[in-house]
Design a binder for this molecule. Structure first.
Ligand code: ATP
Length: 204
């Protein structure tokens, strides 16, 4: 998956609608302290489904919504959308990709109403978004999204964490999600069969 564009509105310090084009060759973002560099990376992780407020440097998920300043009122919602292009090797089986291989994923949060997601204009669940990005070998915890202080964490990672990174790079993280789903369905079916046996035994 190649990320082409990021749009933000009401997200953290990006109170006004902001568009960031990610052109080939972009290797880093520079700017003065506090200008919002880390917020951009967090916006990418958030739209990919990040569910931990702590890892977004907040106390609760609504802390991603612009909180207001002395001169501007706070906002009641935050919205981030990410435009990606399908690359060879991406599975993307669960995504409503356009004929041009484009996929726009949008996440919106409203105060008191939680998050909602859309993929190419269709309402989707958080679970679907997780699968879309896992199939494209990325996601909110992708080692490719390196925030400040994370380089040391990658070096010090435990073997299981390294394995998870390698599995993600190999694009099989989505298969693990599907396996967990299938195992859950299997357990539910086994419970139903056991119940059916009991009912049949009672009828004999
Ligand atoms: P540094 O180089 O110091 O790490 P940075 O460019 O990475 O800085 P960020 O950490 O992305 O900057 O942005 C911090 C700014 O975002 C702070 O000014 C903070 O007040 C603002 N900010 C964070 N969350 C919100 C919010 N919910 N509402 C308004 N502003 C916010």
């Amino acid at each position: 998956m190649e990320i082409r564009r990021l749009k933000l509105s009401g997200f953290k310090s990006f109170v006004d609608a902001t568009e960031l084009r990610i052109e080939p060759g972009l290797t880093g973002i520079v700017g003065p302290n506090g200008c919002g560099k880390s917020n951009l990376l967090e916006a990418i992780r958030w739209v990919m489904g990040e569910s931990s407020a702590k890892s977004m440097r907040g106390g609760g998920m609504e802390d991603v919504i612009f909180a207001g300043t002395a001169s501007r009122a706070r906002r009641d919602f935050a919205e981030v959308s990410l435009l990606a292009i399908q690359e060879q090797g991406d599975l993307f089986s669960s995504a409503p990709v356009g004929a041009d291989g484009e996929l726009e994923v949008m996440r919106r949060i409203e105060r008191g109403a939680g998050s909602a997601y859309r993929a190419n204009g269709q309402d989707v669940r958080a679970k679907d978004v997780a699968l879309i990005f896992a199939d494209a070998a990325t996601g909110p915890h992708s080692p490719a999204l390196v925030s400040q202080g994370k380089i040391a964490a990658v070096i010090a990672a435990r073997p299981q964490e390294r394995r998870a990174m390698l599995e993600e790079a190999a694009g099989i993280a989505g298969l693990h999600v599907r396996r967990r789903d299938a195992e859950q369905k299997l357990r539910a079916t086994e419970a139903n069969l056991a119940r059916l046996d009991e009912v049949l035994a009672d009828m004999d």
